[in-house]
Design a protein around this ligand. Sequence first.
Ligand code: FO1
Length: 312
Amino acid sequence: MAAKVTLLSGGVGGSKLALGFSKILPPQQFTVIANTGDDFQFLGLHISPDCDTLIYTLAGLVDPVTGWGVSGDTFHALEVAGSLGAADWFRLGDRDLGLHLYRTSRLREGMPLSEITRRIAAVMGTNCSVIPMCDKPVPTWIDTDHGDLHLQEYLVRHGMRPVVNGIRYENIDQAEPAPGIAESLAGSDLIIAAPSNPFISVGPILAVPRMKQLIQEARGLKIGISPIVSGKALKGPLAKMLEQLGHRVSATTVARMWADWLEVFVVDESDAGLRTEIQDLGLRCVVLPTVMTSIEDKKMLAQQILDMAGSR
Ligand code: FO1
């Protein structure tokens, strides 16, 4: 009987490990809690990039080059909108747009985001549960030298160029874990923070009221995977954010951010030298090859993490 796993995940980085778990676990034994802090409104549509990236990846539909969006998608609708003067800096493909039309229309009818996401995942063929962290909108705002920017404006429109002074999760104190999350956490043998950005991916999930308490009270082993390898972020703005917010760009910094709830912190083989300083934080430090390029890498890392179940 394989262990039950709940993964806390952002988009592109986390979805690689999610795919690895989905290949080695039966569907009812694997749940992903997805960040929704980067959700936003674009051209009047509700976009949930991390939920969608997870779903497209798990369903085998994701664009392998970008890691988001649908493989082979076209952009005719966005080109027409752009030619008419509408914003087109966020690249929504034609197939992807269909999903956003569905989500937005259901939200307007009053269906909760978690139920909409469940239906989308089922139709797309995602063979595990993907649950958005909460049903209420809780946009992440980046305080920068170009002013207050929504996370997607900072990431995509401004290409991560503005200097980051702070990060804020709007309305987070009014959010609550979406239906199914408490049960999944309580029933898991392993609760895992994916190698995702601790500020803008895992951070919003942990900031949902009651979420951290549910995790701390759960019986499962709590494991975090470092998103920093050899002092560099594998993808995205994490290294910049750490530097600009006055932190060392190191796996140890992420371990320290999660030390109040984690038991095990996994670093890449190239960071084996950090073992002592991570253990000094009161964590067990496990060294594994964490860079996931092929599907075999993803399955292997997922299996090695799974093997830790019951090792407390
Ligand atoms: N990232 C980009 O860098 N440029 C884009 O135009 C873009 C469009 C996009 C459309 C749908 C979607 O689900 C994701 C998209 N992303 C795009 C990725 C996204 O901005 C971020 O990677 C995540 O929000 C951070 O996890």
